[in-house]
Structure formats: C-alpha cells, structure tokens
Design a protein around this ligand. Structure first.
Ligand code: GLC
Length: 505
C-alpha cells in the first residue's frame, strides 16, 4: 500500500465489547477479535478502527479512559494489543485506535490527585460556582465534589473535562500519541475533536482548537504513514473543513452524509457539498452511514423520517425493515462508490437492525440514566454480533456467560455463518463490493450524470458508473458493457426503486 493508503481506505469499526468474546465472560475482547481477523481479511477492508480499549469504569462504554497507556482487563492486556496490531499488519490490515482528549475518567490518576489536592486542579475545570451548561447526555454539566467545588463534564459525571490551556495536558497527549505510534498504531481517531478548547461562555469549535491539532500533526509526521481522523460534528461545512487543512487532521467523519435523509436531492446536495469543501483543503472525503452512536441503517432507512438527528433520536419509532434493508443495500453501494474513504460499522455488513426492546434493567448507556429514563440511547446498536448457530449467544463467545446485551432470537437468520454462502445476503453484497472497490474505487473524483431528478448517477474517474434509483419508477440503465454489482434485481436493463448498481461503461 502507498503512503496515502488512508485516502481511499475502507475502514471497519470494531466496538470491542460487542465484536467477539474469546474468554466466554459475555464481553468481547482481543482474543475474540484476533480469532476473527480472517473474517475481516475476507471481508476486504483495509483498516480497523477500534473504539476505546483502555482500562475504564465504563461510565460511557470506555469513553471514560482511566489510563491511556494500558488495556481494559476485560478486553485483554497491553502485550496482547501489540500482538494484535502485528497480526493485523501481517494480514495487510491497518489499525486505528481511539484517543479521547476532551475528558478522562474520574478514576484516572490525575483526577484522583485533583480530588485530594486542590493545587492539582488546573488540569481540569474546577470552579467555585458552576455555569448553566448542560451535559450532552442530559442534566447539568457540573458535579460538586466533597469540598464544595464543581468540575465540568460535558458528558457523564464520570468523564471530567481536561483544561487544554494547561501545558501539561498538551504534553501528555503528545506522549500518548507517541506511545501508540511506537506500538504500531497506524492512526488515531480523535474523539469529540471540536470540544477541547473552552471559554467562559462557549466550548464548541473555538478557534484555539486548531493549534492543538497542528501539534498533533507534527507528532504524527515524525512517523511514516500515520493518520489522524477527527470526530467533528459541525453543521457548518466550512468550519468543518478547517480541521482538515494540510497541517491538521488527515480526515474526519462525514456526519452530514450520515444524517442526510434517503432522498435524492438531499443526498446529491450533501455529496456535492462534501466534495467541494474537502477539495478546498485537499483532504479526501469519508462516507459514513453509521457508528456506535446512531441507530442502525436498516432501521433508520425503514422509518417514515429517514434523517438522523442526535437531539431527536426517535428510539423505538416503528420501521419497515424490509424497506430499510433494500435501501441499506443501495446506500452501501453508493457510499462505497463515492471518492474517498468509507467506514463500515460492525454488523452493518450483516444488515443488523437496531434492537429496540432491550429490557430497561440491562440498559447501560448513560443517556438512559441521565435523561431520567426518557431516552433509551445507544445500546440498541451495540448488541453483540451474531456469528453462527441457531440461538444466542450465536457464537459471540464460547457460551459460558450471557452476552452483556441480549441478542434477539431472530438474529439466527442474520449470523455471519448463515449469510456466508448466500449470494443474496448483505454479507455477500459487502464482500463483493469491498473486493471490487479495492481495485477500482476509493480516492479520486466523480462526474455527475443527469438521468432523472430522483436518480443519483455518476461516473468515477476509474471508469465505474454508479446509479441509485430513489424514485418510485424503475429507471433504464445507461449504456454499459457489464453490470459489476447490483443491490437488487436489474432485469430487462431496468433499475427498480431503492436499488443501486455499479456498471462498467
Ligand atoms: C463520542 C463517542 C461517543 C462518546 C462521546 C464522549 O461522541 O463516539 O460514544 O459517548 O464521544 O466521549
């Protein structure tokens, strides 16, 4: 792979606790992931991004990091993480890890020290009086400690925010980046990247944040081929692009595309805007349909309103899963055909739906408790994967302990094993598409073809034509010499509603 592998990579997101359980305690771990590396190799991805694997009290599924230089014991050991990185590299798979710089855990050494010693509080936001900020998970953003002071936590009280004006914090993260680059990590996913710098009145996207990433970029550039990927949720694309200037982050997740409804005009506008804003800074776009924070695609696209909004998650809103599955198949081919990188969240290749009926007593997302049990939150997209067999735990683990979130019995139809040999399955579609994509798609450009307003069609510079029909009536395929892949039937040269096709011109 060239040194710009990341410009067109297909990156598979592993949520370690839910991917595969090697030791049978019901929680996914590195042993399970290592066993399943051949599956990921066969799937045809270029890289893995793992959500946090560090020691953590799990106030927010591991995004409350107690020690950035070690591995959560339930997930594995540091030595095993290094072995895993080596094994992935041996299969030609790069490894991106998650670093959480906005906040730590109340269990971290620095925060514990700050609790004991008031002179050590400048690494955080301790104040005598809180302001009126609300936590992103609900409730106030400040919690009082025993001596009367309050500390800021934009997320859960278990996640105290760092004070990035403090040089020790800046130095610490340079060291953490080097720690993982030295151990072979190919990239860093930067959690909540736009929130780090705070003023007395604001914390989102303040200009000072860019200086931090310029420093990080200098660290990454000390090594070969390492990348920084930003989690930057900003509605303003011009502001978003500033994070991707040549001396800052390499890429960022395209949440505009993720949040876009399944509608032709909106999708075309989102794609065009993405391409132009990224071109303005020379960064490759990414195409993201889902992750561990949003409802599963099959469910989202089966709802009456197919857009996504963090502030209005619509958990439990009924969905037509057959419709959603058809659209999810078409959307996968669209995302994989567009110029740039693509992210696949674990389980999307199996077409898993959102699990809406997790018993309340088993829910673990802090959104559920912080919202006063009004927002079920993100557990429904984090249910452990079904690998094989007819009944839970579906090969997730050796079947000693129950998976940490219960799997629906209907998932017996959706196991990787059940789908592997089925030419019509979601898994086969993903495998075929990712294989074709490796040779023929990825980084580059596109030219729109105007077929009909309710049809998205474009030719890639690599001479692949992608057509997606979002209208009610079948559309005649443009002239072509071969159909490379289709998300549904394309008989008589017609492409039905909610279907996508890749053509050889
Ligand atoms: C990011 C993560 C999310 C987490 C939050 C706080 O948005 O994706 O899962 O809860 O940051 O760290």
């Amino acid at each position: 792979m060239s040194d710009t592998w990341w410009r067109g990579a297909a990156i598979y997101q592993v949520y370690p606790r839910s991917f595969a359980d090697g030791d049978g305690d019901g929680v996914g771990d590195l042993a399970g992931l290592r066993e399943r590396l051949p599956y990921l190799k066969d799937l045809g991805i270029n890289a893995i991004w793992l959500t946090p694997w560090y020691p953590s009290p799990m106030a927010d599924g591991g995004y409350d990091v107690a020690d950035y230089r070690d591995i959560e014991p339930a997930i594995g050991t540091l030595a095993e993480a290094e072995t895993f990185i080596g094994e992935a590299h041996g299969l030609g798979i790069r490894v991106i890890i998650d670093v959480v710089p906005n906040h730590t855990s109340t269990a971290s050494a620095w925060f514990q020290e700050a609790l004991r010693d008031r002179s050590k509080r400048d690494r955080f936001w301790f104040r005598d009086e809180p302001n009126d900020w609300r936590s992103i998970f609900g409730g106030p953003a400040w919690t009082q400690v025993a001596d009367g002071q309050w500390y800021l936590h934009l997320f859960d009280p278990g996640q105290p925010d760092y004070n990035w004006d403090n040089p020790e914090v800046r130095q610490e993260f340079h060291d953490v980046l080097r720690f993982w680059f030295d151990r072979g990590a190919d990239g860093i996913r930067v959690d909540s990247a736009a929130l780090l710098v705070k003023s007395a009145t604001a914390y989102e996207d303040l200009d000072g944040v860019h200086d931090i990433y310029r420093g990080w970029r200098r660290v990454a550039d000390e090594y070969d081929d390492r990348i920084l990927v930003g989690e930057v949720w900003l509605p303003d694309q011009e502001r978003f692009a500033r994070y991707l200037r040549p001396d800052e982050l390499h890429t960022a997740f395209n949440f505009d595309f993720l949040a876009c409804p399944w509608e032709p005009a909106a999708l075309r506008a989102s794609i065009s805007l993405t391409l132009s804003t990224h071109a303005s800074v020379g960064a490759p776009p990414t195409w993201v349909l889902s992750n561990h924070d949003v409802a599963r695609v099959v469910t989202r696209y089966g709802r009456a309103d197919t857009s996504w909004d963090h502030a209005d998650r619509r958990d439990g809103v009924p969905a037509d899963l057959e419709l959603g599955r058809r659209r999810a198949r078409a959307a996968a081919l669209l995302a994989m055909a567009l110029p740039g990188g693509v992210y696949v969240y674990q389980g999307e290749e199996l077409g898993l739906p959102e699990v809406d009926d997790i018993p309340d007593r088993l829910r673990q997302d802090p959104m559920w408790t912080r919202s006063g049990h009004t927002v079920p939150g993100r557990d429904g997209c984090r249910v452990p994967l079904p690998w094989s067999g007819d009944a839970p735990p579906f090969g997730f683990g050796p079947g000693v302990g129950e998976p940490w979130l219960p799997q629906p019995p209907e998932w017996k139809e959706l196991t990787a094993e059940a789908q592997a040999g089925d030419p019509a399955s979601m898994l086969t579609l993903y495998r075929t598409a990712l294989r074709l994509r490796r040779d023929r798609l990825g980084d580059g450009s596109l030219t729109w073809l105007d077929l009909r307003p309710d049809v998205l069609a474009f030719t890639r510079d690599t001479r692949v034509v992608c057509v997606v029909n979002l209208g009610p009536d079948p559309v005649r395929l443009p002239p072509h010499s071969a159909v490379l892949l289709a998300s549904g039937p394309t008989g008589d040269g017609l492409l039905p509603c909610d279907t996508a096709v890749w053509l050889e011109p």
